[in-house]
Write a protein that binds this ligand. Sequence first.
Ligand code: PGA
Length: 253
Amino acid sequence: MPFLFGTNFKMHQTPSETAAYIDELLAFPPPPNAQLFLIPPFTSLTTAATHLHGSDIWLGAQNMHWAEEGAYTGEISAPMLLATGANLVMLGHAERRHQFGETDGILYKKLWRAINAGLQVLLCVGEDADQRGRNISKEVLALQMKVALGDLHTDALNSIMIAYEPVWSIGVGGIPASPEIVAEMHNWIRAVLIDMFDIEAMNVPILYGGSVNPKNCADYAGLSQVDGLFVGRAALTPMGFMDVLSRSLEARS
Ligand code: PGA
């Protein structure tokens, strides 16, 4: 499978800033053997889709509501996302879980809707520092996946990607996970998926995210357990994005 590589812009960028980012990114030669994706804020999606036209970069949203439509003020539905040109939605980012109270049960409903609407899903999972301290990281990951992916049909597995993003590794003050932890937890995620879906789960990509930067990306990308990287701060500029990407692909080759 191609190396998956993408970024979540979080609550950064106006539409014109996203447009400028994409134009600059597309000026670089397209990397071989990589599938790229960008996840800007909702308000940038339509502009992003226009500027990505003709490229094979996936466009994702940062969240979605589980209902198709209805009295849900301030929310965005799967059909609305598709209409912008997005083909991917990220669900369960740590900031959604911890700052906005998203539970595994809510994520199950969102994931089901997204898949049925024809969106690809990047499901984020990860334990927090307290859970790691209590030595229950594996239980936490298993629970997150077993609830959110619940009774998913194996046919839908090709619409799913998992990002392992330990909460303690994300954002300002985050500590990048050691490659040993990443390898161990990716093996565990794969084992849980195989337990749930059998051999078909071998093709579900598992990405790592959390304080990935130009210095540490090669250590992660060199691991056979890592199918891609999901980057925040280090990819806030197109130059940063390309720098981390090219170092990762070098480590891969
Ligand atoms: P970071 O963000 O790379 O800035 O730690 C990662 C994320 O939140 O997905």
